[in-house]
Write a protein that binds this ligand. Structure first.
Ligand code: 13P
Ligand code: SF4
Length: 314
């Protein structure tokens, strides 16, 4: 299967981009593995004719918005995102109309329609930089993730920041109680958390950052053991780069208490991210579908908010 994929990607000038939450075997065959920001930068810069997105729908859409002349394939069209779903265009449009003097910043985890209603996009790795690029007294709408929004609000001290009430079901399923219990079992371990986690969880973290920032931290830090409070797919790269270190995934709220003592690698997977398989990537490359499309009127507006983000992230 991997050999066939290699032949096809060469013959068709295709590139496979994968998020850190993908299955290990998918990350292994990707041309590039990264976080949301790095993947959108790659999608904007690639010289390939076909982009196979091993990620979720909003990521493939972002690639199509930035590279409309390229064929963008999403191996399983059911790969959605609960966070993107928590912000629907009609509701969001109404909210913006109720607050016309606000600048709209949206996380990339949104549909193209939401990006088209947005002034500047952001990801978890540049949200602070994007917010700080605006004058201190600027009124801001931050959508859709309430945990990331409230975290940014707390560290910037911005009073005029309205945060949309959306969340990701994977990060919502981490609890401070389970984290405290795991910390007790592993007193020497450092806790790394993604800012999509709830505030009580973030308060227990030693380091907070995007998936790429968490990975980078484990490369440079001297600790030997870490509790990783995000989707466990990212542990594959952490372990690969630091084979001598131990990485403990935090089980989700529904996992039995006994799971705390185990390396419960799959307990809090994002089922959308895990829909992509090596087989589906092969079929996507072979048949050049399922393809992701964005209506040109929406694309043009959405592109502006993403390009502003890429410009401000330099
Ligand atoms: P980052 O890629 O910005 O770390 O975000 C994680 C995420 O939830 C992507 O779906
Ligand atoms: Fe969406 Fe959460 Fe899955 Fe990321 S982990 S793709 S935010 S549902």
């Amino acid at each position: 299967m991997v050999e066939k994929i290699n032949q096809l990607r060469k013959a068709k000038n295709a590139v496979i981009l994968a998020h850190f939450y993908q299955r290990p075997e998918v990350q292994e065959i990707a041309d590039f593995v990264g976080d949301s920001l790095q993947l959108s930068e790659q999608a904007a810069a690639t010289g390939a004719d076909i982009i196979v997105f091993a990620g979720v729908h909003f990521m493939a859409e972002t690639a199509k918005i930035l590279s409309p002349q390229k064929k963008v394939l999403l191996p399983d069209l059911n790969a959605g995102c609960s966070l993107a779903e928590s912000c629907r265009p009609d509701d969001f449009k109404k909210f913006i109309e109720e607050h016309p003097e606000h600048t709209v910043i949206s996380y990339v985890n949104t549909s193209a329609d939401i990006k088209a209603l947005t002034d500047i996009c952001c990801t978890s790795s540049n949200a602070l930089k994007i917010v700080n690029s605006l004058p201190k007294n600027e009124k801001i709408i931050f959508a859709p993730d309430r945990n990331l929004g409230n975290y940014i609000k707390s560290i910037t001290g911005r009073a005029d920041m309205l945060v949309w009430n959306g969340a990701c079901h994977v990060h919502e399923a981490f609890s401070a109680e389970k984290l405290a219990a795991l910390k007790k079992q592993h007193p020497g371990a450092k806790t790394l958390a993604h800012p999509e986690c709830k505030r009580p969880v973030l308060l227990l973290a030693d380091f907070i950052g995007s998936t790429a920032a968490l990975l980078n931290f484990t490369r440079k830090d001297e600790a030997q053991e870490y509790i990783v409070v995000t989707e466990p797919g990212v542990i594959f790269q952490m372990q690969k780069e630091s084979p001598q270190k131990t990485f403990l995934p935090l089980p989700g709220i529904a996992a039995p208490a006994s799971a705390l003592a185990d390396d419960c690698g799959a307990c809090n997977d994002c089922q959308f991210m895990k829909l992509t398989t090596v087989e589906k990537i092969y079929w996507a490359l072979e048949n050049e579908q399922p393809e992701v499309f964005v209506a040109e009127t929406v694309r043009k507006k959405a592109e502006k908010s993403i390009l502003r983000m890429l410009e401000l992230s330099k």
